[in-house]
Design a protein around this ligand. Structure first.
Ligand code: G6P
Length: 614
């Protein structure tokens, strides 16, 4: 939530900042702003409500010169999205300027004290309080900016990634982080700062990921110095970025979401690459190999996640229980962390997160860790906070996901969790080699099957055109298809703003059936498997009440086709692998409905890709 970017060097900062803000816009997009210090020493600060493109228009004819600058794109927490609450914020004298991603939880008490000492505030944000505090400390204790930042941050409770400038010193940029991500790009006599590496990639591949409670002191043409909040110097660890520029661009697609849906054959393959050898009946997950004995002894697995990642966790529950015979509980991280959960030392906790930055998931991990459980991460973003907070883990390797609604990250998570569950089951002896091998061979065919589903794009589009004006949707599935029903419904509401509910098909008669009439489209996942006949009965019940049925079936299915109004035929696979294939037409359906309704698919209202606040 919120994207921050900064630059100090020889170039003009503004083009770097604006381009960077476009790349970070997935993190928040209700307002944005930039500040640079011009060669004359004057501060150029512009901010406005709306998208980064609005800021671009706003600054077009203005003085945006300067070779040092910071920029911010906001997802509002404290104070509505408007010009005043947009970042950057300035100190009492107007000299110090700051951008912030995160939440200063104790800002009210700090603000009250500052007010008593004569400070006045323009905005309703927690951020403005911090920049006032920094200036007060700097002046009172006659400190350099970096030391004043350290001193102020010691008083702060909460999460932050910040970048700070002082108009009176255009040769220094200060950054700091705790709980929110911050990367520093190290170029030739220039430095870049950003919430993730995407704004940096085209300038340098050398980056330093700042750790929590570290402050970076970046001097023009000088070396990067890092100090922690105990004021001890830390040696920066410069690492090479593996990200490629094309991975974060649209590559000819209208939207990132569509590109990411289409990338799934590749991303699923990438999440299996080097890990799966069906001929030898081997799965190798290097990241968790040391924790294998714990897995084999585990009496229980807890899965913690939010949003789409939580749905991937539900699929994993079915897999681990069916094959490894380990009881699994799937928890919303936000509930888990506050309900005094029972956690045993021999529990395995799997934390699933695309971004690796979700605040609730991170806090739930810390809680489980404090009780002695073993934490295994399934993250997409390499080096992210969650990846670092876990004992071990397996990356999903889906590549950067920019569209706010998660698509390829979900299928990559399910792929990795499938590998994990099957491997543990085989090692435990609850899955015999012949079946293990059969499942691994089948898993290898999934990318081709997803490729075939993508060919149904036009057919899905036609169905979308029929239902684009529906006000409600119901999604039903059983067994492995229940989490897919939830995920299908989530996709639709996220990007088209149509109310949609996912339900286990058999539960329909305990409530949702009351909603069914000729106006209600019901998406039913009715692929072949143990519950096929039962789902057919559900379809009849919907039909009898004139509901409109869109059924996801296997190729050649006649029985469902006879009752359904529309069918989407997907290739057959093993029942336990169906989610990887059946979710794809639901992603496409949501995408087309959202486009037809004129919605902003990649940046849906009120959402953010990386939820770094509670
Ligand atoms: C946000 C995103 C969702 C995502 C959820 C969990 O709500 O919009 O797409 O599923 O956070 O994020 P994570 O990065 O932890 O998977």
């Amino acid at each position: 939530m919120c994207g921050i970017v900064g630059y100090i060097g020889k170039r003009q900062a503004t083009p770097v900042l604006l381009k960077g803000l476009h790349r970070l816009e997935y993190r928040g997009y209700d307002s944005s702003g930039i500040a640079t210090i011009a060669a004359t020493g004057s501060l150029n600060l512009y901010k406005c409500k709306g998208k980064v493109s609005d800021l671009e228009n706003f600054t077009e004819k203005k003085d945006v010169s300067g070779t040092i600058g910071i920029g911010h794109t906001r997802w509002a927490t404290h104070g509505e999205p408007n010009d005043t609450n947009a970042h950057p914020h300035t100190s009492q004298s107007g000299s110090i300027v700051l951008i912030h991603n995160g939440i200063i939880e104790n800002y009210t008490s700090i603000k009250e004290n500052l007010k008593k000492r004569g400070h006045t505030f323009q905005s309703q944000t927690d951020t403005e309080v911090l920049v006032h505090l920094i200036e007060e400390i700097k002046t009172k204790d006659n400190l350099k900016l970096g030391h004043a930042v350290i001193s102020a941050l010691k008083q702060v409770v909460g999460a932050y990634a910040i970048a700070v400038l002082d108009k009176s010193n255009p040769n220094e940029l200060i950054v700091a982080k705790k709980g929110s991500p911050l990367v520093i790009g190290v170029g030739d006599d220039e430095y870049f700062v950003a919430s993730d590496a995407s704004p940096i990639i085209e300038y340098t591949k050398n980056v330093v990921y700042l750790e929590d409670e570290q402050v970076g002191i970046i001097k023009r043409e000088g070396e990067l110095k890092i100090r922690n909040l105990k004021d001890k110097e830390v040696t920066p660890y410069v690492q090479a970025l593996e990200l490629e520029l094309e991975a974060i661009e649209k590559g000819g697609y209208d939207h990132f979401m569509l590109k990411e849906i289409y990338e799934q054959p590749r991303s699923i393959r990438d999440s299996m690459r080097g890990r799966l050898n069906a001929d030898k009946a081997v799965v190798q997950l290097g990241g968790i190999v040391d924790y294998e004995p714990k897995f084999l002894k585990a009496k229980r697995i807890l899965i913690i996640a939010c949003g789409t990642s939580w749905h991937a966790g539900l699929v994993a529950e079915y897999l681990f229980e069916e094959y490894a015979r380990i009881p699994v509980e799937v928890e919303y991280a936000s509930e888990f962390r506050y309900r005094n959960p029972i956690i045993y030392e021999d529990d395995i906790v799997i934390a699933i997160s695309q971004s690796g930055e979700t605040a609730d998931t991170l806090a739930a991990i810390e809680l489980a860790k404090s009780k002695g459980a073993t934490i295994i991460g399934v993250c997409n973003v390499v080096g992210s906070s969650i990846a670092r907070a876990t004992h071990a883990g397996s990356y999903t390797h889906a590549g950067p996901e920019i569209g706010v609604a998660s698509t390829k990250a979900f299928t990559a998570q399910v792929t990795v969790l499938t590998l994990m569950a099957l491997h543990v089951a085989y090692k435990k002896g609850t899955l015999v080699e012949s079946r293990y091998r059969q499942l691994l061979y089948e898993l290898e065919t999934i990318p081709e099957k997803v490729d075939k589903v993508l060919k149904l794009d036009n057919a899905t589009k036609k169905i979308a055109s029929v239902f684009k004006n529906a006000r409600n949707f119901l999604y039903l599935g059983r067994g492995y298809s229940f989490p897919v029903a939830l995920e299908g419904a989530l996709k639709l509401k996220e990007i088209s703003y149509i109310h949609a509910e996912g339900y286990p098909a058999a539960e329909m008669k305990h409530g949702p059936i009351a909603l069914i009439d000729e106006e209600m489209p019901v998406v039913v996942i009715a692929t072949k498997g143990a519950n096929y006949e039962k789902v057919l009965s559900t379809i009849q019940e919907i039909k009898a009440r004139k509901g409109k049925i869109i059924a996801v079936v296997n190729e050649g299915d006649k029985e469902v086709a006879n009752s359904a109004d529309y069918t989407i035929e997907i290739p057959e696979t093993d029942e336990s692998l169906v989610p990887l294939v059946s979710v794809v037409p639901l992603q496409l359906l949501s995408y087309h409905i959202a486009v037809m309704r004129g919605c902003n698919v990649d940046q849906p209202r009120n959402l953010a890709k990386s939820v770094t606040v509670e």
